[in-house]
Write a protein that binds this ligand. Structure first.
Ligand code: 5AD
Ligand code: FES
Length: 357
């Protein structure tokens, strides 16, 4: 394992079977070694800086029926909500006041969110906050929609690929959803010029070491700006109720490996990770992650955006989440920074830039 990790540490690339071997060979030693290497890359590029993104979960209506997701359309128990533009803007205002310079608008695939509604909203946020990054996470849309939203001022787009193994994809989604289309969306987003984020769940039903290896190889080839990973956690009202959750150990190990694949990758310590372990997010940072995404959604809707059971932070005010994460990061020797958190906003580049000036 050490040899493979050493190779990945310098070459930032492995073959599919090498990734598979790394996954199958995970043990305490390999996890510790991977984390050590990952943290040293992150330290070199980002110092002890941790970026924050303010997450606004603005709609839980969804036309899709993914088997793992609590807001799938077949879940009659989900209480549906949709924030108005004014409510979204007020979340941004509060977020800006709290120091956020990135807003992530995330929602289910809500048919109400047409370009006619989303483009003006993005334009308004862009004009009100020229110094902020706007990230969208609205699922699969036609290319011209992605283009229109980009032209309106969106900078980044998160669309988890969910699994790079098409057969596995078919076991997680109904037949009307296609792996090819999702991958095409990701390619289009990148071509348009978005800083694009992909990602996958760890420990989802039917996942194998081979399919995880495919995920890693995909990240190596696609070279996303971001990659969001978190453990799969079952939701009681889905077909995957009662399935085992993904493990903390495998998630942390994969975070470290992803850092080695792309040292400047924006890698969040996700809410799902914080849900399966009380110190999950801190452990994520210590494994190589460098982003946290506190929730900026209004408290009245927090407990309705439930993709999985026992989600944390559903009762907290935005300011509480920010304060909580600041304390958590400080407790492990890291600092939350208030900038857009582009890959260029790093300790190393800042020094380089000032030398140039
Ligand atoms: N457990 C963990 N993550 C989930 N997601 C959806 N449902 C679950 C679940 N049950 C993830 C998916 C999706 C992202 C928004 O949340 O990867 O892309
Ligand atoms: Fe939300 Fe800790 S981050 S309460």
């Amino acid at each position: 394992m050490k040899e493979l990790l050493g190779k990945l540490n310098t070459a930032h690339a492995l073959t599919l079977s090498e990734y598979e071997a790394l996954i199958l060979g995970m043990d305490e030693d390999s996890r510790t070694y991977a984390a050590e290497l990952a943290v040293s890359h992150r330290k070199r590029i980002y110092g002890t800086d941790i970026f924050v993104r303010g997450l606004i979960e603005f709609t839980n209506y969804c036309r899709n029926d993914c088997f793992y997701c609590g807001i799938r359309r077949s879940n009659r128990n989900a209480e549906r909500y949709r924030l108005t533009s004014e409510e979204i803007l007020s979340c941004c205002r509060e977020g800006y006041r709290l120091g956020f310079r990135t807003f992530v608008l995330q929602g289910g695939e809500d048919p109400y969110c047409t370009d006619d509604r989303m483009v003006p909203l993005v334009k308004t946020i862009r004009e009100a906050y020229p110094d902020c990054a706007i990230t969208l996470s609205l699922g699969e849309r036609p290319r011209d929609s992605y283009q229109a939203l980009f032209d309106a001022g969106a900078d980044r787009y998160l669309l988890r690929h969910e699994t790079a193994d098409s057969l596995h994809y078919a076991k997680l989604h109904p037949a009307e959803l296609s792996w090819e289309h999702r991958m095409q969306c990701l390619r289009e987003l990148k071509e348009i010029g978005y800083q694009t984020g992909c990602g996958f769940m760890v420990g989802s039903p039917y996942q194998t070491a081979r399919s995880l290896a495919e995920d890693l190889l995909f990240v190596q080839k696609f070279q996303p700006a971001m990659c969001g990973i978190g453990p799969f956690i079952p939701h009681r009202d889905t077909p995957f109720a009662g399935r085992p959750a993904g493990t903390l150990e495998m998630t942390l190990y994969l975070l470290s490996i992803l850092r080695l694949i792309k040292p400047d990758l924006l890698l969040p310590a996700t809410t799902a990770l914080g849900t399966i372990h009380p110190r999950g997010r801190e452990l994520g940072i210590e494994a190589g992650a460098n982003v946290v995404m506190p929730n900026l959604s209004p408290t009245g809707v927090r407990d309705k955006y439930l993709l999985y059971d026992n989600k944390i932070c559903t009762g907290e005010e935005s300011a509480q989440c920010v304060g909580c994460l600041e304390t958590r990061m400080k407790s492990i020797g890291y600092t939350i920074v208030q900038n857009r958190g582009d890959p260029a906003d790093s300790a190393e580049t800042e020094t380089k830039c000032s030398q140039h000036v």
